[in-house]
Structures are given as C-alpha cells and as structure tokens.
Design a protein around this ligand. Structure first.
Ligand SMILES: Nc1ncnc2c1ncn2[C@@H]1O[C@H](COP(=O)(O)OP(=O)(O)OP(=O)(O)O)[C@@H](O)[C@H]1O
Ligand SMILES: [Mg+2]
Length: 141
C-alpha cells in the first residue's frame, strides 16, 4: 500500500463561473509548496482545471479531492449528476454539449476530457445519472 501524505477536499458549485478555477488554483499552490518537478505540477494543474470546469459547466456540482502520495498525485472529481450519456463519445476530441453561455467564456472545444487522459498516467471515468467520477493519477518522477 502506498502511503498517503496529504489529502484535500474542495467543493465545486454548478454554474459558478465566478469561482471557476479556484479549486485547481489551490491544488497548484499546494503542490508548489512541496518539491515536485514543475512539469508534473503543470500536468496536475491542467488536468484538475479541466475536471473542475466540467463539474461547473456540465454537472449539478460536486467535489474534487487531491491526494498526495510519495510517488503519485491523485485527483478525484466526483459530481452529483446528471451523468454522461455516452462516455466514449465524450472522450473523443471535439465532442461538446457546452451551452452558449459556456462557449462565450471560451469553453466548449471538446478537448477537456481528452487532455485529462493525455496528462494522466492512470485515468478512469465512470458515469451514470447519479454522477460522473474521474480518477486522475499522475506519477511523480
Ligand atoms: N462532469 C460532467 N458531467 C456531465 N457531462 C460531462 C461532464 N464532463 C464532461 N461531460 C460531457 O462530455 C463532453 C466533453 O467534455 P470535454 O471536457 O472534453 O469538453 P467540453 O467541456 O465540452 O469543452 P472544453 O473542455 O474543451 O472546454 C461535454 O461537452 C459534456 O457533454
Ligand atoms: Mg471540458
């Protein structure tokens, strides 16, 4: 069993554009206080930002959990639904159901989930109408 060093939980509200990126900014700040390669911090920052924005613009709200292990950073993004109808389709580049309001703010390229996967060493997504759950693990070199 790998040893958990620290764990942080952040609440993320649906449609809360004013605080968009707050959780991932705090995650980035926390990682900068420990000795981790900046390229790892950047990967975690991008992946957690995309996961956070997805909770804000596509879900009914949820939470993000940051876990720091000796050899790995793990982020969990869990929301309260409505879920993703077709996860394979959602994972494909360019697919987006973002609202016009979200698109006006620059979201909706359909690149968030593919990029999260790209930056993860281990990525898991499960979804049903009760919620979507992402596990994003990034190894510390
Ligand atoms: N947490 C979620 N809850 C419900 N649907 C989601 C969630 N995350 C993603 N989706 C669905 O998957 C699609 C693809 O997500 P992805 O993050 O790749 O793109 P996007 O958010 O639409 O645009 P971008 O991330 O490029 O701004 C979304 O448009 C949405 O339909
Ligand atoms: Mg997205």
């Amino acid at each position: 069993m790998r040893e958990l060093i620290k764990r942080y939980v952040f609440q993320v509200q649906a449609n809360d554009f004013d605080n968009a990126g707050a959780a991932s900014s705090t995650i980035k700040r926390n990682l900068k206080t420990i000795a981790i390669n900046p390229s790892i911090v950047r990967k975690v920052a991008v992946a957690s930002y995309e996961a956070e924005i997805n909770i804000i613009i596509h879900s009914n709200g949820g939470e993000m959990v940051l876990e720091i292990y000796e050899d790995m950073i793990s982020i969990k993004a869990n929301d309260k639904g409505p879920g993703i109808q077709d996860v394979d389709l959602a994972m494909s580049e360019g697919f987006s159901t973002a609202s016009n309001a979200a698109r006006e703010l620059g979201f909706g390229a359909g690149m968030g989930l593919p990029n999260i996967k790209k930056y993860s060493d281990n990525f898991k997504i499960t979804s049903n109408e009760k919620g979507t759950r992402l596990t994003i693990d990034i190894m510390i070199e």
